[in-house]
Design a protein around this ligand. Sequence first.
Ligand code: F6R
Length: 242
Amino acid sequence: MRIFITEDYKDMSRKAAEMVAWEIKNKPNLVLGLATGSTPLGMYGELVEMYKKGIIDFSNVVSFNLDEYIGLPADHEQSYHYYMHKNFFDHINIKPENIHIPDGCAEDLEEECEKYEEAIREAGGIDLQILGLGVNGHIGFNEPDTNIDTKTHVVQLAKETIEANKRFFHSADEVPRRAITMGIGTIMKAKKIILLASGENKAKAIRETIKGYLTTNVPSTVLALHPDVTLVIDRKAASLIE
Ligand code: F6R
């Protein structure tokens, strides 16, 4: 596990964007796993700037998002479909047919999960997966006590996650209780992983990810078993490991 500690959120975002750009330069048809939430917003902004300057070409990039809330249509402002288009896809030249986000409104959710896994397999697997980190150590929406070999599946969100994400809704009651997420097994099959974290509220989860023993109580501790993980975290997120 490599760890880059950056001065602040801006540096974290720039460093992560440079790493993604480098991977796309090396493999223009990169299969890129993407996350939502507050953490990668700065990275998306940097990547859009690089695209506008002609530094990156997304025309052959294929993307797979980690997760989506169940029950929110794609045009709902808090859906991850909406987030991804608004913050990233609408500003770059990725082909619409190369974008994949789980459909949280699918009639048959189990079938949707199987189709998602199959699509990842058909694309040749994920080359680079970007992850954020939940305050409880979740990756994707794999909450504490998820088996480490899970594939894309339906999950019940943990209380801490509903609390943490209520800031995007009018109240905690409006936060969907369920989501579709890539499983820990799906994430661990990615060839490379970059995990981003910023701010003091992530410091404990970062300490456990790096120094803790392997436990399904803190899903991110499983990353210690992956051969190519880079943590790009700012000083505040690193404050309990220094
Ligand atoms: C989002 C995702 C989640 C977030 C995590 C951190 O697609 O999979 O694991 O990365 O909840 O969220 P923020 O960045 O909002 O603190």
